[in-house]
Design a protein around this ligand. Structure first.
Ligand code: ADP
Length: 568
């Protein structure tokens, strides 16, 4: 009777369910599994740190709509990856994690890297299981992929003890899974669409908020049509940027605070009223604001604020049907409306302030000058990966996105260290689906430190990623050389090195020399321009551009210190 190896069953089941990419770090007991993946035609990318592998796998899931797999070893391997699992689950991105586990004969008596992995994964998973034997593997793989992609996307974990991985199943006994269809679309109840249209039509100060749920839903064509024709002002969330272009006339990102605070009706499309949107509550919103909330996940509806119309639906069919209703009465929210006048004036005022800061190129440079000149030299369809505190926050408003799913950042969980993994996934995505498109990875010097060794992965797989490190010598703010030395000369080094300080003027770009390649150190705008132009020519390798900025450079003055505000 013909027998099939368990590792082959896993690989072929994943392939059958449409999985294409695996990111991981091998070791006992998953070495043979990684080989089986390659034999089955899955693309295996060996990374340097499990967290980064997990970030890459979830980013490919977000970009392609098909979950990537993260493969790790038992115990420490799985523990290292839990941060990545949490990040995917919190961001609602599809991901499959596969962990090797200690041999079941050794469980309870101190097996090698023994760890309660299924229990450990469960809080950050939609589905976590250990298949009982090799013959049942296809059932669990199908279920894992279905759970990861149906409804609100998320994480599935499959646990494979060494003895299961080394086992075989008689071919005729292997569970027969079918390749499941893509996730079915959820359509909105007609009455909800009518109520939403009625509310939106009567609004005096309407606002549309476009979240990353709309990006994941591929709702760009529908929403562009909707916004262009209704002329409603819209605000993208950080990763909702580009679903409708940041350059569209209706984008009021430059007047974000005013738009949120004064809107009387908000159409919320695939975004949660969490910390990113200030919970939908005063003082950041009008006390009487009415929400039309559209989300694929019914449990999310009415969270934090009770919506006036709460619709469980995929964004696309909802937006199509809403447009039909608005169009039936030739609705258009014209620029003569007082609300538009307020928004346009505020946008102009804020853009003028930023323009002033951008044009100040005295050294040491400030964030705005760096981002302004970076933007000028970037191809407009660049995929932008970004993390860091100020680097990410300021970069979000300065680096525009014209296309959907072209911004990947620290996201809902505020996770630092995601950048290099995300950039690797984005570069592979470009290579396979959008040749010629570039990937920019803008990192604070602190953020880069979390996963900097992935530069070797980028070199090994010949990925043309431009890493720009906006270097202020610290976490949040940093220290200039003289102050740093002065503090340290006063006494015991370990006691007085400030917690926020990182090395002063660290030459991160020199890491490229490890590979016989070139990096760039810039203190002036002309040097930055030359470096970006050179980086734009690279097709088979990454590079690092290390830009020294003023350690005290900061955001423009903000109306709210919102992240530390506790009173709601
Ligand atoms: P953002 O970070 O942009 O504010 P969130 O991650 O908070 O976005 O919210 C995204 C929301 O989108 C989640 O509540 C998720 O359930 C929802 N979502 C995901 N896919 C879809 C879809 N296809 N249609 C509608 N909603 C979706």
């Amino acid at each position: 009777m013909a027998e099939v190896e368990a590792v082959q069953i896993i690989a072929e089941s994943l392939k059958q369910q449409g999985v294409e990419y695996v990111f991981g770090i091998i070791g006992i007991p998953v070495i043979e599994l990684s080989m089986a993946f390659q034999a089955a035609g899955l693309k295996y990318i060996g990374m340097r740190n499990e967290q980064a592998a997990c970030y890459a796998a979830q980013a490919i899931g977000y970009l392609t709509g098909k979950p990537g797999v993260c493969l790790v070893v038992s115990g420490p391997g799985l523990l290292h990856v839990t941060g990545g699992m949490a990040n995917a689950q919190v961001n609602c991105w599809p991901l499959i994690v596969i962990g090797g586990a200690t041999n079941q004969d050794h469980e309870g008596i101190g097996g090698f890297q023994e760890c309660p992995q299924v229990e450990l994964s469960r809080p950050y998973c939609k589905y976590a299981a250990r298949p009982a034997n090799a013959a049942l593997i296809p059932l669990h793989v199908e279920k894992a992929v279905r759970y990861a992609t149906y409804g609100r996307p998320g994480v599935a974990y499959l646990d494979f003890p060494g003895n299961i991985l080394q086992s075989k199943a008689i071919e005729s006994t292997i569970y027969k899974s079918v390749a499941h269809p893509v996730a079915p679309l959820a359509y909105p109840p007609h009455d909800d669409v009518i109520r939403a249209a009625r509310l939106l039509r009567t609004a005096k100060r309407p606002l549309v908020i476009i979240g990353k749920g709309a990006a994941y839903a591929h709702a760009e064509n529908t929403l562009r049509h909707f916004i262009e024709n209704t002329n409603l002002p819209f605000l993208p969330t950080p990763m909702g940027k580009g679903v409708v272009s940041d350059t569209a006339a209706q984008c009021v990102a430059s007047a974000r605070t005013l738009a949120l605070q004064k809107a009387d009706v908000i159409l919320l499309l695939g975004a949660r009223l969490n910390w990113i949107l200030h919970f939908g509550r005063p003082p950041r919103y009008d006390r009487d604001v009415k929400f039309i909330q559209v989300d694929i996940c019914p449990e999310e509806l009415n969270n934090s604020v009770v919506a006036s119309v709460a619709v469980q639906s995929d964004i696309r069919p909802f937006a199509e049907q809403l447009f039909e209703q608005m169009n039936a009465v030739n609705f258009r929210f014209g620029y003569e409306q007082d609300w538009w006048k307020q928004l346009v004036a505020k946008c102009k005022q804020n853009r003028d302030t930023v323009a002033q800061m951008s044009l100040n190129t005295t050294t040491p440079l400030n964030y705005y000058a760096v981002f302004h000149h970076l933007r000028e030299l970037l191809p407009r369809d660049t995929i932008i990966v970004s993390e860091g505190a100020n680097t990410m926050d300021i970069g979000r408003s300065m680096l525009l996105n014209e296309q959907p799913r072209h911004r990947l950042d620290a996201g809902t969980f505020g996770t630092m260290g995601v950048g290099p993994g995300f950039a690797i996934a984005a570069a592979l995505y470009c290579r396979d689906f959008a040749p010629g498109k570039r990937v920019l990875c803008v990192e604070g010097d602190s953020a880069f430190g979390f996963s900097g060794m992935e530069i070797e992965t980028m070199v090994r797989y010949k990925l043309p990623i431009t890493i720009v490190i906006v270097n202020n010598n610290g976490i949040y703010g940093g220290f200039d050389k003289d102050t740093f030395e002065a503090i340290r000369s006063e006494g015991d080094l370990a006691k007085i090195t400030p917690p926020s300080a990182l090395g002063v003027q660290v030459r991160y770009e020199e890491m490229m020399k490890m590979f016989g390649m070139k990096g760039y150190f810039c203190t002036e705008i002309e040097e930055l321009q030359a470096a970006v132009k050179a980086a734009n020519q690279l097709t088979d390798r990454p590079t690092i551009i290390n830009v020294a900025i003023s350690p005290s450079s900061d955001r423009k003055p903000q109306s709210f210190n919102w992240l530390t505000e506790s009173k709601l």
